[in-house]
Design a protein around this ligand. Sequence first.
Ligand code: NDP
Length: 255
Amino acid sequence: MSLKRFDLAGRAALVTGSSRGIGLALARGLGEAGARVMLNARDPAQTQAAAQALRNDGVEAEACAFDVTDPGQVADAIADCERRTGGLDILINNAGIQRRGPLLDAPEEIWAQVLDTNLTAVFRIGREVARRMAPRGKGRIINIASLMSEVARPGVGPYAAAKGGVKMLTRAMCVEWAPFGISVNAIGPGYFATELNAELVADATFDAWIRARTPAGRWGDVEELVGAAIFLASDAASFVNGQVLYVDGGVLAGL
Ligand code: NDP
């Protein structure tokens, strides 16, 4: 099979939450595969800086700062991205937050904040983008799920509930939007040492536990998520729809 099937030249992509961490790595990866990428985060200066860093490396990248939890900002930003790119071909719903603490003490505001950012925004942005993709008869949506779409750990109740929801929302989007030529899949990362996990990386007991619990014996490198994203965004995955691809060093394969 020709490697051209993985080529993203001529495609436009929006990656939410891409000023750092996993989102930035995925944006860079799509860009290196030929796509024009729109970077997003709440902080405009950091979003601009990330886009500039990609441009310095020859990637076609632009900034589009907005808050994924604000329906008005989302509607305006998607219209703006569509105008600037001539139409989005690829959406990666990656923006996410973590708020740790026992469920017994979880305040309503934390529950609402985590569910809104990690689940409702996936619906909100997915719907906004799919409304444009549907009349064009094509599009790729990749939602960033998690190991926590399948298993929980004490202290991450709202996050696990949201990520479980992302898995089912991915399937719901697939069954409704596949007839319009839209593929909707998810990537479920295992443990990656990003800012979101800074607390865990700094905890020697957790670090030792995760290395022992992961068959690969280590944390993932964000670069190791790029291949899955390029595959799901490309023609190579033309009949792959409604799936969650776990990239976790084998964690979910065993107890
Ligand atoms: P980081 O905290 O490193 O990055 C999160 C990004 O999202 C930043 O660019 C942040 O920028 C942006 N963001 C946060 N809230 C919003 C918002 N309301 N609107 C727009 N942008 C926002 O996280 P990771 O890279 O680790 O995580 C990325 C995704 O991967 C998340 O969905 C996470 O749940 C998932 N994941 C991560 C794992 C890991 O091991 N790291 C494991 C499994 C899943 P800003 O704050 O400026 O808005």
